[in-house]
Design a binder for this molecule. Sequence first.
Ligand code: AHM
Ligand code: MG
Length: 341
Amino acid sequence: SPDSTSNAKPISLTHYLIDEQRAGRVNADLRLLIEVVARACKTIAVAVGKGALGGVLGDAGTGNVQGEAQKKLDVIANDVLLEANAWGGHLAGLASEEMEHSQPIPDVYPRGNYLLLFDPLDGSSNIDVNVSVGTIFSVLHCPDGVNTPEDQHYLQAGTTQVAAGYCIYGPSTMMVLTVGNGTHAFTLDREHGSFILTQRGMMVPQETQEFAINMSNRRHWDAPMQHYVDDLLAGKDGVRGKDFNMRWIASMVADVHRILTRGGIFIYPWDRKDPSKPGKLRLMYEANPMSFLVEQAGGAATDGRTRIMDIAPSGLHQRVPVFLGSKKEVEEATRYHLKHD
Ligand code: AHM
Ligand code: MG
């Protein structure tokens, strides 16, 4: 993109947000809230980057609300985000993948009008092997007249999100953000400590020859899912008439970042390993924010049948199957399921 190579003066995240505010697309509170999240992500980037030297690798010895082992860095990242956002005055409350219930902003601080949801460190099982991980976040309005938000107030469809983004801690640290006016990437300039706009208006190619899925679960999938992937694997010799390449980092932020960069389809389907769970990924912390980013970049996101952002949430930690990325391919995968119904 021309932004990363041109001689034009670099545009910082702060500058970008002020431009959006002047254009009437974000207000001062939302702008400052995003700045606070970005600052917290810089702190997390430092902790992640220290690796073994920071004594932060390994298990925390605790479980989160879903009974999953927490890494020390899960706990650190969660604390950093809570601490950074509590006193800013822009939020009414927060909810985290790592906490059973949402938390209203403590009474000692002023309360704002937004709700922040986050997965503090997604893909954290990858940390110990030094693979990219990330923070995912979503911003909602606090419903009118609600002063002390409870879990139920967060149960809003993805279409109501006012902002969403992720920060990827990889070879470089990047923040990818949407406030409903395209999806834009900012790279952390470590020397100066600011995020610089390096790709304006990311666009996911409509078609793709690359898919991302954990193939080891194949026998646990339902029939349409098995047929769909079998047809991808048949390549040129099958009904699809073209070969497909496969990538699976097992770190959603890294997999979605690749798709936003060069296209592809990312799938975490329903499987019968644990029939009580309708998928692995969480609607509120992972599926909705990623769907918003992908749709704003011209891609699509469904649960195999329905648009993810149209789902009316029933629980803070609800799980959903996820199909997202290149629009034509997501539509194709969705067709396999609808045909079968
Ligand atoms: P987490 O929130 O516990 O880190 O789990 C989510 C991660 C995603 O980042 C990734 O896409 C998926 O789990 C990988 O699952 P699997 O290990 O089944 O391949
Ligand atoms: Mg996660």
